[in-house]
Ligand binder design. Structure first.
Ligand code: SF4
Length: 348
């Protein structure tokens, strides 16, 4: 394959290419950066610090509204206890993810992240927020995205991930998550994060009611964003992670897509997003089936210990990490642990 593919060519590939052909083309792109038989992984825990949320996305089984029964905010001691447990189990990456809780201002987060950085230093890395939460907090604080990014960076934050993106088309957003953010806001915020010196990532979730055209629009917007970052001298997106919608207990409902559809989508994304280095497959939502995506262009994955958001919607977490790692090994991969990188711009 020479050059990059267009949206129209991607649609043809999706409809007509065999699994083997998608695998071959995806591995061709993967091999530009990675050894063919090597895969890397991290052990991580997502800490859902609050389930109170006003965004009311119809695909979410996790949130409760303010003043509704069952809402919580974790105390700092509870957060530390969860991180300590992760470290004991051999992990060193935390992802903070919660709802749009109107009672928690940006300063609450800055103080929490500063406390985590002070207690753990560089022994533990953390994804501080998703872009979705970041947009909400900046807006509530009356700050520009650049000002909010600087506030968090100065509190010791290195990463704000591209989480909460689901499908990045305005139509999808207004169908399912109209109070969350607009696509324009999402990318403006992400650009501010890149310019602040922090690191960020691309994500995607498939399996709602999105069309092929919407999936491809998401990929096109992501590729364009990364082109812009690279042209301006930034590293831009560290990785692309795609996972699948879990429909249980949600207002939207629906059915899960098959593992094969997920693998094919991973391959198509790997072929299309030829400017993002790392492709991460989702053990959280695909369990053992996730590892087959390594044959479809993925090179990296997390072994998660906890994520209430997806668990509430039906995700099952396997804590026998050696049993999980045996699966990619059986597929012929050398699996190696990797630590989260510190952004070069924030190196001390
Ligand atoms: S997906 Fe996130 S933003 Fe949307 S309702 Fe759930 S917790 Fe809130």
């Amino acid at each position: 394959m020479s050059g990059r593919i267009t949206v129209d060519e991607a649609a043809v590939l999706w409809r007509e290419a065999s699994d083997e052909e998608l695998q071959r083309l995806a591995q061709e792109v993967r091999n530009r950066w990675h050894q063919p038989d090597r895969a890397t992984y991290m052990v991580m825990r997502i800490i859902n610090y609050t389930n109170v949320c006003v965004a009311q996305c119809d695909y979410c089984a996790f949130y409760v509204l303010p003043n509704q029964e069952g809402g919580y905010v974790l105390s700092r001691d509870e957060v530390f206890a969860k991180i300590d447990e992760l470290v004991e189990l051999g992990g060193d990456l935390v992802g903070f993810n919660g709802g749009f809780n109107p009672r928690l201002p940006l300063d609450y987060y800055a103080d929490l992240f500063a406390a985590v950085r002070e207690r753990y230093g560089d022994r533990v890395e953390f994804y501080a927020l998703t872009i979705a939460e970041f947009v909400y907090l900046a807006d509530r604080a009356g700050l520009s995205h650049a000002e909010a990014a600087a506030r968090l960076r100065d509190a010791g934050v290195h990463w704000i991930t591209g989480g909460g993106s689901e499908i990045l088309t305005e139509d999808f957003r207004s169908r399912h998550a109209k109070f969350k953010y607009t696509v324009r806001e999402y990318f403006e915020a992400q650009r501010a994060i890149v310019e602040s010196g922090m690191k960020t990532t691309a994500t995607m979730v498939i399996g709602f009611d999105e069309t092929l055209e919407e999936r491809l629009e998401h990929l096109q917007r992501t590729r364009d964003f990364q082109d812009g970052c690279l042209a301006d001298g930034y590293d831009g997106l560290f990785s692309f992670l795609c996972w699948t919608y879990k429909p249980y207990g949600t207002a939207l409902g629906g059915r899960e897509i098959s593992p094969r559809e997920y693998w094919r989508h991973m391959a198509l994304s790997r072929i299309f997003l030829d400017n993002v280095k790392h492709f991460r497959t989702s053990v959280l939502t695909q369990n053992e089936e996730a590892f087959r995506a390594l044959d479809y262009g993925a090179d990296d994955f997390d072994l998660p210990l906890e994520d209430e958001v997806t668990q509430k919607a039906g995700a099952r977490i396997e804590l026998d990490l050696e049993a999980l790692l045996a699966v990619p090994r059986r597929l012929g991969y050398r699996v190696e642990y990797r630590r989260a990188e510190r952004p070069a711009a924030l190196a001390s």
